[in-house]
Design a protein around this ligand. Structure first.
Ligand code: URA
Length: 258
């Protein structure tokens, strides 16, 4: 026992530890750490294994491109996205939100990112904005549950919900773009509908949906029509008039090309 503690103080300290729930001492034999000597320096192979490891430069976009390129169908693409380790959004998300509707549909709708409901269910556009989207599509005789030529296919720029639904960061978008581009190739749509500013930024490289909406554009070798995001229409119902005009434009395009 250390000499600075008398018997009573030592007993009180011991009782205090027992009260705290201590049931055993760590070691029978006391260790004097001042007497311990540093281990001898390693030589030979052991020294090699201790050599500082040079950090390997990681290029998340290049890795995403390689992973996306290697996916030969939609199931493989989904698996490649699940296995992709560089997007931190995945850590905070419950589910990867890949798509809904019918792959191979003439129309592919591209939203921004999953919200709370989508994250819970694992499907895009299942919350309030999604219910409005379904009504908008039904108004021009389209639907994600249709099994005929009027079906649609739906996905998002980002497959994981950003925390507090914040806007995606440029690096998050850049690293997920190769997957979106491959998604478009594998889903083989005739027309892309991009909803909201984030989707316009991702596919057209420009923002300003109020100016862009309703103007046919092109991306990934396909005609693109930018539209107001249904979440915006919920906040600004007056804009539904323009959204209706854009839906009619989409319907006319599909009828003309049918
Ligand atoms: N908003 C989007 O852009 N996508 C969803 O899936 C849900 C809400």
């Amino acid at each position: 026992m250390d000499s600075h503690m008398d018997w009573h103080a030592a007993r009180a300290a011991l009782e205090w530890q027992v009260d705290l729930g201590v049931t055993e001492s760590i070691s029978e034999t006391p260790i004097n750490r001042f007497e311990q000597v540093a281990p001898p320096p390693k030589t030979g192979l052991a020294a090699v294994s201790q050599a500082p490891v040079m950090p390997v430069e990681i290029n998340p976009v290049a890795e995403a491109e390689a992973a996306a390129r290697g996916a030969s169908d939609l199931a493989a693409l989904k698996a490649a996205m699940e296995a992709y380790p560089h997007c931190d959004l995945q850590k905070g998300a419950r589910n990867l939100v890949f798509s809904d509707g019918v792959a191979g549909s003439r129309v592919m709708i591209i939203g921004e990112a999953p919200g709370r409901e989508e994250d819970q269910v694992g499907k895009p556009f299942v919350g309030r904005a999604g219910q409005l989207l379904d009504k908008m599509l039904a108004a021009i005789d389209l639907g994600r549950d249709r099994t005929d030529a009027h079906s649609v296919y739906i996905t998002n720029v980002l497959p994981w919900r950003p925390p507090q639904n914040r806007d995606p960061k440029p690096d998050e978008m850049a690293m997920m773009m190769p997957f979106l581009k491959r998604h478009i190739v594998l889903a083989k749509p005739e027309v892309l509908v991009v909803m909201g500013n984030i989707s316009c930024q991702a596919l057209l490289g420009k923002r300003g949906i109020t100016r862009l909406r309703g103007q046919w554009d092109a991306a990934e070798g396909l005609p693109v029509i930018p539209m107001f995001h249904p979440a915006y229409l919920l906040r600004s119902p007056a804009a539904k008039r323009e959204a209706w005009a854009d839906l009619l434009d989409l319907r006319a395009h599909l009828t003309k090309k049918a």
